[in-house]
Write a protein that binds this ligand. Structure first.
Ligand SMILES: [Zn+2]
Length: 182
């Protein structure tokens, strides 16, 4: 139905809770390849894979190669993962040629302050050019969501507001909080 109505779809792939807390969790469920059937059945569906398929990097690259309609977001992994690991993952996706299909995300309503950590994780990536950072923080999502004209200007203003507001918080406190929650 989403394909018919041209509604963008986000699909969650990632379980990090230990199996003894969530008995149904299995490592193989982290595989973004489980989505492949859907991509072939619904080739016009606008879909993005949440958390960029982390930690299944090779699988994610294979999917991005074969299905140009698929995007990813870096929600959660941009503030939860150790910075080095996040940068390793992001860098490989960008160097594999998918810098135009990676979208910023936060996936956090409980701790909105972690959004600042996520933005900082992108801005501190010295392997990204300014254009690549803008693509990830804004342009790719605007294209995927087909924001236009006024809508685009409004969300650009919101992004600027968010950046200003978030400068006031202390990322390290929330990073510790986030790590402890894994
Ligand atoms: Zn999630």
């Amino acid at each position: 139905m989403a394909e018919e109505l041209d509604i963008p779809l986000a699909i969650h792939v990632l379980s990090f809770q230990p199996y003894y807390l969530f008995a149904q969790n299995r490592a193989k469920l982290n595989s973004p390849l489980l989505l492949e059937k859907m991509f072939t059945r619904h080739p016009k569906l606008r879909v993005y894979v949440m958390h960029a398929g982390w930690p299944m990097l090779d699988e994610m690259i294979s999917l991005l190669l074969l299905y140009p309609q698929v995007y990813v977001d870096v929600a959660g992994i941009d503030w939860m993962l150790p910075r080095k690991e996040f940068h390793r993952y992001l860098r490989t996706l960008v160097e594999a040629g998918f810098g135009k299909r990676i979208m910023f995300g936060s996936d956090t309503s409980m701790w909105p302050q972690t959004i600042a950590i996520g933005i900082e994780a992108i801005e501190s990536a010295d392997f990204l050019t300014e254009t690549q950072k803008r693509d990830i923080l804004y342009n790719n999502a605007a294209r995927f969501l087909r924001l236009r004209g006024k809508e685009q200007l409004q969300s650009r203003a919101r992004l600027a507001d968010t950046r200003t507001a978030l400068k006031a918080c202390a990322p390290s406190e929330f990073q510790a909080l986030a790590r402890g929650s894994i």
